[in-house]
Design a protein around this ligand. Structure first.
Ligand code: FES
Length: 157
């Protein structure tokens, strides 16, 4: 049964008071749930948050399913998001993602056998001038080659 830590619950209460409507606090509260639930938001966690925030779970699910920064299934320790939008695609972003799939022997969204890596393809991450790029957890890595991307990911394991 998922439950936030007491610090996490205090965060939710603070966020609920911060905005004019409780609904506006859903994004920061989902971030907190994801942080405390190994990087993803389970259906059980949505129900828990719905009770804690006193909001319909459908409202929380709407936000969860719209934004790609929230994961709806378990992920590896390192969530590698490779941008495949226009600037990155023109500079080898799709080939980079394919290379990482092969290197770590996983399809998009899967977890590597050692539990370390999940690869996703992302829309523009706002770093077009240094394409191709990837986001690994909260950090950006830019001007990548297939080799430098692999080296970076292995260095984070
Ligand atoms: S297109 Fe890749 S960061 Fe913008």
């Amino acid at each position: 049964m998922f439950k936030l830590s007491s610090e996490g619950e205090a965060f939710v209460q603070k966020e609920l008071k911060r905005y004019e409507t409780k609904r506006s606090a859903i994004i920061p509260c989902l971030y907190k749930v994801q942080e405390e639930n190994d990087g993803w938001v389970s259906p059980e966690a949505v129900e828990y948050l719905s009770g804690l925030m006193d909001l319909p779970s459908a409202w929380i699910n709407e936000v969860l399913k719209f934004y790609t920064m929230f994961n709806q299934k378990p992920i590896g320790k390192l969530h590698v998001q490779v941008c495949c939008n226009i600037s990155c695609a023109m500079n080898g972003g799709r080939e980079l993602a394919n290379h990482l799939n092969k290197e770590f022997n996983i399809k998009d969204g899967e977890i590597s056998a050692d539990g370390n890596v999940t690869i996703s393809r992302a829309e523009c991450l706002g770093s077009c001038g240094t394409a191709p790029m990837m986001q690994v957890n909260d950090n950006y890595y830019e001007d990548l080659t297939p080799e430098s991307a692999v080296k970076t990911i292995k260095g984070l394991m």
